[in-house]
Design a protein around this ligand. Structure first.
Ligand SMILES: C[S@@+](CC[C@H](N)C(=O)[O-])C[C@H]1O[C@@H](n2cnc3c(N)ncnc32)[C@H](O)[C@@H]1O
Length: 248
């Protein structure tokens, strides 16, 4: 299925002002923590969706903020919320693979964007990000854990990617369709264009990043199970997401 259509058709389900989907608990809080003190730092948010992360980083003190997303409906939802909040966030609808920013930023975030891009597209975007960052600028991104579709085969709540018959190495760039659930019980359609661990490291190096990234493997913790056992416990201790932090 076409990514743009998926997000245009589901923008109203994605719009949220408080944590709602599984990864609002298992990943986004750790992305925000990795961003640290914002102190008016400028932020480029690629694949910003309806602005959930943008609003949170603005509340945490971000300065100049540009969010870009492929889906016009997601951007419209973000702009409608911005009209109410007046945080000063600029949103633009565009394909990030063809995007060249008109200014540089202190921080770039990409929260579950690269699972929609092929390796060669991700490579172009990493190079764009490298150029778009000020010296010592930071790049922070989260992606599905590359092992998750192969370790977790059952297509059940609260999260899966269908990978029947797929191979970890041979099926790079294959698109796995999946779903992630909200705690309300509503599923959201998601996709994963498969990449290996090695693809992320190779693409960062080729883009010009020369330091080691910090990589965290994110999961469902016992603390989350204590909040809502029925929702979180099916994925306790499974490798769900990766969080990369790297400096220019
Ligand atoms: C899972 S959503 C995450 C949205 C937001 N980052 C968040 O954390 O709430 C993925 C987003 O990536 C966007 N996206 C996918 N491919 C894209 C592309 N080529 N260019 C820009 N955005 C893209 C989708 O439209 C969607 O809004």
């Amino acid at each position: 299925m076409n990514t743009e259509e998926i997000y245009n058709d589901n923008a109203d389900k994605w719009l949220r002002l408080t944590p709602s989907s599984l990864s609002d608990f298992t990943a986004r809080p750790l992305v925000f923590e990795a961003c640290g003190e914002l102190n008016a730092r400028s932020v480029l948010d690629i694949g910003c969706g309806e602005g959930y992360c943008a609003r949170e980083l603005k509340r945490r003190g971000a300065g100049d903020y540009l969010g870009v997303d492929l889906s016009e409906q997601m951007v419209k939802a973000a702009q409608a919320q911005e009209a109410k909040d007046q945080y000063g966030i600029e949103y633009r609808a565009c394909n990030v693979v063809e995007f060249n920013p008109d200014r540089q930023f202190d921080l770039c975030i990409a929260v579950f964007l690269f699972n929609y891009l092929r390796v060669e597209e991700m490579q172009r975007v990493f190079s764009m990000v490298y150029d778009a960052l000020h010296p010592q600028g930071q790049f922070i991104f989260s992606v599905p854990h590359p092992f998750f579709p192969f370790i977790h085969r059952s297509q059940t709540p609260p999260f899966y990617f269908g990978s029947r018959g797929k191979n970890y190495f041979a099926d790079v760039n294959q698109k796995f369709e999946g779903e992630i659930w909200k705690r309300s019980g509503e599923p959201l359609p998601v996709q994963c264009v498969h990449k290996t661990f090695g693809n992320y490291f190779d693409c960062l190096r080729r883009a010009g990043f020369s330091s080691m990234p910090e990589v965290k493997e994110l999961t469902v913790t016992p603390e989350l199970v204590a909040i809502d056992k029925a929702f979180f416990s099916p994925l306790l201790n499974e490798p769900l997401h990766l969080l990369f932090t790297i400096s220019k």
